[in-house]
Ligand binder design. Structure first.
Ligand code: UD1
Length: 418
């Protein structure tokens, strides 16, 4: 099993060019089966979540080519299978995104309940009730979700919660449905707007993404496209926080600062300096930072749950006490015992964590329990005194391309051992 060995204490200095967002690329890959023509996505990172999605697409008959510069081409001309193998679906929660496009293209889909990051219940009831409102029948009897869209029709859908995945699934499920489908209380994340832009570039007629109401006017067919997905705001945010924790001067390039406005607003309240210019964000930090009084995770444009554990890592060594409320996923404090092993002072009650900043962390043997938690332990290791051994880094490989080389380039002392 691969591990990271980190010798903490080095400041970080340099530039990182951010690639396409995992959370955009995954639904876009799923959406690429909506056309028989070729689709190319540019600037994609080499991460295991994307590799798994490509395996699923290959499994239903897509021909996939990938070059060294991150271009992935999907040819879904001859897809032949309407079932997603159970093993693959369990490995990747995003396999659920394939329901919408499969139903649009093939009118049938068979998929087992999806897996994914171990951060809570992650139900799919909102996906299923939205699909049912579109007239899609779903039989859950067999342990699989057996879906049939032969009687699909346009609808007015009101989501119980602004779920990112459900919004995306319903946009893809309704793209060919005659008439106008309206989705209300939908998610407003930048990845939703990216999906709208991508589908419209293929000939769809969707509007409203970025607001709480999306309108989908059904079209007959979609055509191929070459598209560059939005940059990964969570990767950018993770390295911004790394710079804040370790000290130094790091510039993220190829980013959209607006997508990170909640993190930038928070970091600007500490004693580090955040400078945004066009598609760049620079973080300069020196010495121990002031704690943030309160952080509440929320739907976009609120503070993202996907950066909650990283900001917690920063709070562990800041001056003062911070209260962190996790409002999106119920078990996203799983990394807390690992931080405590490194000398952090944190108490958790239900969905709230109180972090009392300590002057410094020390290296320890710790374990990644999920994707973002794993990345946060890397940050803690970089800022700690001494040696940290981080196990189960396959969680990190799901979403971070070459984390050790990227950080080494900035001056960190981190190696991957097998
Ligand atoms: C997406 C992101 C994930 C991020 C999350 C929240 C991808 C691939 N993943 O996940 O990184 O952490 O958004 O920003 O884009 N819910 C239900 N029923 C449902 C669906 C969701 O109750 O049918 C609840 C969830 O339990 C959670 C909340 O809604 O409490 C938000 O989940 P959702 O927005 O759907 O997250 P994902 O799309 O799974």
């Amino acid at each position: 099993m691969s591990r990271y060995i980190i010798e903490g204490g080095n400041p970080l200095e340099g530039r990182i060019r951010v690639k396409a967002a995992k959370n955009s690329v995954l639904p876009l890959l799923a959406a690429s089966i909506l056309t028989k023509e070729k689709v190319t996505l540019q600037n994609c990172p080499e991460i295991s979540d994307i590799r798994n999605m490509l395996k699923i697409l290959a499994g239903i008959g897509c021909i996939i080519t990938r070059d060294d510069s991150g271009n992935i081409t999907i040819d879904a001309h001859d897809i032949y299978c309407d079932a997603i193998p159970c093993v693959l679906a369990k490995e990747l929660r995003s396999s659920i995104f394939l329901m919408g496009p499969m139903l649009s293209r093939m009118k049938k889909a068979r998929i087992s309940y999806p897996g994914g990051c171990e951060i809570g219940m992650r139900p799919i009831d909102i996906h299923l009730s939205g699909l049912r409102e579109l007239g899609i029948s779903i039989d859950e009897e067999s342990g699989y979700l057996d879906c049939d869209a032969s009687g699909a029709h346009s609808a007015q859908i009101l989501l119980d919660l602004p779920s990112v995945g459900a919004t995306e699934n319903l946009m893809m499920a309704s793209v060919f449905i005659r008439g106008v489908t309206v989705i209300r209380n939908c998610a407003k994340e930048p990845e939703i707007t990216d999906l709208q832009n991508f589908l419209n570039a293929m000939g769809a007629r969707i509007s409203g993404a970025g607001s709480s109401m999306i309108t989908v006017e059904g079209v007959e067919k979609l055509h191929g496209v070459t598209y560059t997905p939005i940059p990964d705001r969570i990767i950018a945010g993770t390295y911004m926080i790394a710079a804040a924790m370790c000290g130094g001067n790091v510039t993220l390039e190829g980013v959209v600062p607006e997508h990170l406005s909640s993190l930038i607003a928070k970091m600007s309240k500490t004693t580090c300096k955040v400078i945004c210019k066009n598609d760049k964000i620079s973080v300069r930090s020196k010495g121990r930072l002031k704690s943030l009084e309160r952080i509440d995770t929320m739907y976009y444009p609120g503070f993202p749950t996907d950066l909650q554990t990283q900001i917690m890592a920063l709070q562990t060594i800041s001056r003062g006490t911070s209260v962190i409320a996790e409002n999106i996923f119920e078990t996203r404090f799983k990394t807390v015992p690992q931080f405590i092993k490194m000398g952090a002072d944190i108490t958790v009650r239900d969905r709230t964590a109180v972090v009392r900043g300590v002057p410094g962390l020390h290296g320890a043997e710790v374990c990644a329990t999920d994707l973002r938690g794993g990345a946060s332990l890397v940050l803690a290791g970089l800022a700690a005194e001494g040696r940290t051994e981080l196990k189960d880094i396959y969680h990190i490989d799901r979403g971070y391309e070459d984390m050790a080389p990227v950080l080494s380039e900035l001056g960190a002392n981190i190696i991957r051992v097998v």
